[in-house]
Design a binder for this molecule. Structure first.
Ligand code: DOR
Ligand code: ZN
Length: 351
């Protein structure tokens, strides 16, 4: 049987290495969508106000666990939002106590709720050096924010202007370049043999910039970093299906209500939590690479983070198209679920 003819696949339960759960009613509504299929997730700290201190991370983790339905098991892995005021001792203490798995670096102004992020990278160097000493990973939103850099070039420019110099100055820092969208990022990670990995989202494996702009603007395909040309998408698929241990899944599932997406200045973010595993099975199956899905979704991530893979498994089964809801309801309004533009034949069962 060739890979393309497979009809069933059992893999270790996957983890999501980049997830936005928000807070309050939205958290309550979206958390089950991830916990249904995923064992753990790296939780983004870009709340308002952001999760900066260990105490805030403890509180947020409690709110997440309180929102988890009683019949579900899920482990949130918390991150601290890096600011220019972050104290290296606080970060080290948060790591030692187990509350913070990683630190998140947003260049100031790069995306949703990133205003408290980093403007001057030299100012956070003491924190980064301490993290390198203690082996704590840094998750990076890799886009420059300069107004004169084209939005489609911001990731590639970040690699040259920020990431290369930073990695020279703090070579022992373990870095995850998050939600990579370009051939440039894939090449950079492939050419680097130490302390660097990248996450790839579900949607960037499926859409290119035409999906956003051709035939009318599609706000539900708008996210940051914005999807690039088709050639870049193909490079991402090749990286994801390659089995290369440096690439793993971080969905960047980022719920916003429809009123916030569908307005003159719509929010960036695509909500992929409900159907991510079915979408990925289609992508990997089409590439003749289904047996590599486990590495991408369930093995490479824990390996980079120094954790064991989940013991539990899920089974993906191919059959008639699976009907996922088009949106989920929240008290603040509906949240539209990512529409990949093709039928999803793979259903997911937790074992
Ligand atoms: O599209 C995005 N949405 N990209 C980000 O970096 C942030 C996220 C959000 O929080 O909505
Ligand atoms: Zn994100």
């Amino acid at each position: 049987m060739t890979d393309k003819n497979m009809t069933s696949l059992t893999i270790r339960r996957p983890d999501d290495w980049h997830l936005h759960l928000r807070d309050g009613a939205m958290l309550q509504a979206v958390l089950p969508e991830t916990a249904r299929h995923f064992g753990r997730a790296i939780i983004m700290p870009n709340l308002v106000p952001p999760v900066v201190t260990a105490a805030q991370a403890v509180d947020y983790r409690e709110r997440i666990m309180a929102a988890l339905p009683g019949d579900m098991t899920f482990k949130p892995l918390m991150t601290l939002y890096l600011t220019e005021e972050t104290d290296p001792d606080d970060v080290a203490a948060a790591h030692a106590s187990g509350i913070a798995t990683a630190v998140k670096l947003y260049p100031a102004g790069a995306t949703t709720n990133s205003a408290s992020g980093v403007r001057d990278f030299e100012k956070v160097r003491p924190v980064l050096e301490r993290m390198a000493d203690i082996g704590m990973p840094l998750c990076i939103h890799g886009e420059v924010t300069d107004g004169d850099i084209d939005i489609f070039d911001r990731e590639a420019v970040f690699i040259d202007k920020v990431l290369r110099p930073l990695r020279k100055k703090v070579p022992d820092l373990r870095i995850i370049m998050e939600h990579v969208t370009t051939q440039d990022a894939v090449d950079y990670v492939r050419d680097t043999h130490k302390n660097l990995a990248a996450t790839i989202t579900t949607h960037h494996l499926i859409i290119n910039r035409n999906h956003i702009l051709v035939g009318g603007i599609k706000p539900h395909f708008y996210c940051l970093p914005v999807a690039k040309r088709e050639g870049h998408r193909i490079a991402l698929v090749q990286a994801a299906v390659s089995g290369d241990k440096r690439f793993f899944l971080g969905t960047d599932s980022a719920p916003h209500t429809d009123p916030l997406k569908l307005q003159a200045c719509g929010c960036a973010g695509i909500f992929t939590a409900p159907n991510t595993m079915s979408c990925l099975a289609e992508v990997f199956n089409a590439a003749g690479a289904l047996p590599k899905l486990e590495a991408f979704a369930s093995l490479n991530g824990p390996r980079f983070y120094g954790l064991a893979p989940n013991e539990a498994t899920i089974t993906l089964t191919k059959g008639d198209p699976v009907a996922y809801p088009t949106h989920i309801d929240t008290p603040d309004g509906p949240v539209t679920v990512f529409d990949p533009g093709f039928d999803l034949h793979w259903s997911v069962t937790s074992n």
